[in-house]
Design a protein around this ligand. Sequence first.
Ligand code: KIV
Length: 273
Amino acid sequence: MSKQTEIRRKTVRDIAAAKGGQPLVCLTAYDAPMAEIMDPHCDVILVGDSVGMVVHGLPSTVGVTMEMMILHGQAVMRGSDQAFVVVDMPFGSYETNADQAFLNAARLMQETGCQAVKIESGAYAAHQIEHLVERGVPVMGHVGLRPQAINVVGGFKAQGRTGGERDRVMAEAKAAENAGAFAIVIEGVAEDLAEEITRAVAIPTIGIGASAACDGQILVTQDMLGLFDWTPKFVRRYGDVRAGIEKSIEGYAADVRARRFPGAAETYKLSKP
Ligand code: KIV
């Protein structure tokens, strides 16, 4: 029998054990260098289907494919070695039935080496979650604002504003937990609902635009780094990388046009024999 390799990464048990304790630190990543930078600081790295909007310039996450998630998932796994890595199941990869969900989740795990998948979990998805967990796939749920459903909702709108919506979001969270999800992302809901859900479920809740009442927080990394001109209300900017990139590119363009780059230091010379 081959020697068991040591697991250095955080596991699903570490994440589940964080319920009610120190908040879980989670960020998105889509490539190896960014994963490497955030890895020592994060409990969870999510290869979110937000990659479609953030990296590929799509208007929503609906156009994201399995192939995109696999490519970005592989890069993030190569760049990290201690965080727990979750890869999003894209729109159309799990909704049809439990068999479709398992085949695609297994493909994500086998081809990327990720430790879990995330499913935007309307009530219908409970069956899929149960099916995956029974077959060895850890699942993170995702309730509240579900970006893959924006065409039904009519935009990126906060959820849980009416009594009926609140009941639905709460029921979806409980259904995900009962189906075996190890954690749930709660996106775009008011603080009191996030607090109620966090109290009602025994698994960690990870908030994005869902207040400090959750057991952890996640943001799209490029949003918090300040890569875009506009960010939603719930994002705090921890950097201004757009200005830094613009300044660097302006400097490069000016140097090339003025023949200041490349200079002697950046030029190969034939060494004398
Ligand atoms: O796709 C994503 O990045 C996400 C986070 C916003 C939670 O689902």
